[in-house]
Design a protein around this ligand. Structure first.
Ligand code: UDP
Ligand code: MG
Length: 153
């Protein structure tokens, strides 16, 4: 099944929203296959946000992402990349639809609670960037038969 990469950003840590955001993903039926706390560095952020290095807001984005340690995770499920992107909503929390994580928990375009991979290819790259293979766990989710139809597994 598909896996996607998530960062609970410093805004989530500082605002005490780790449990709320995690609960959303778990209630949806996504399986946590990896999770750890880490202090991000400028070097890894320049790789992760390579598409934004030339933007005027990049120095602020760097500072924001290094302000506190973050929580990194891998979530697994059918069509997990697309499902999670829909759950988090648009980049700017003020424009994100109510009911989405950013729409419900944030007020900022930068301090927007969560990162999630935007494509299957990027999910694979990002998972490998932030996790060693042995940090990702392959275990059977006992609720799977209640979460999916047989032809969805
Ligand atoms: N960002 C920002 N200002 C912008 C666009 C993006 O501060 O105008 C930040 C924001 O934290 C966003 C991150 O840069 O989450 C990565 O931007 P991207 O366009 O990849 O958005 P995302 O995939 O996170 O929705
Ligand atoms: Mg992005």
């Amino acid at each position: 099944m598909e896996q996607t990469f998530i960062i609970l950003k410093p805004s989530t840590i500082q605002r005490g929203l780790v449990g709320d955001v995690l609960t959303r993903f778990q209630r949806k039926g996504l399986q946590i296959t990896a999770m750890k706390m880490a202090q991000l560095t400028e070097a890894i952020l320049r790789e992760h946000y390579a598409h934004l290095i030339e933007k005027p807001f990049f120095p602020d984005l760097l500072r924001s992402m290094m302000a506190t340690p973050v929580i990194l995770m891998v979530l697994k499920g059918k069509d997990a990349v697309e499902v999670v992107r829909q759950m988090i909503g648009s980049t700017n929390c003020r424009k994100a639809a109510p009911g989405t994580i950013r729409g419900d928990f944030g007020m900022s375009g930068q301090e927007n609670i969560v990162h999630a991979s935007d494509s299957i290819d990027n999910a694979i790259i990002e998972i490998n960037r932030f996790f060693k293979p042995e940090e990702i766990y392959d275990y059977d989710l006992l609720l799977k038969p209640a979460t999916y139809a047989p032809d969805e597994l």
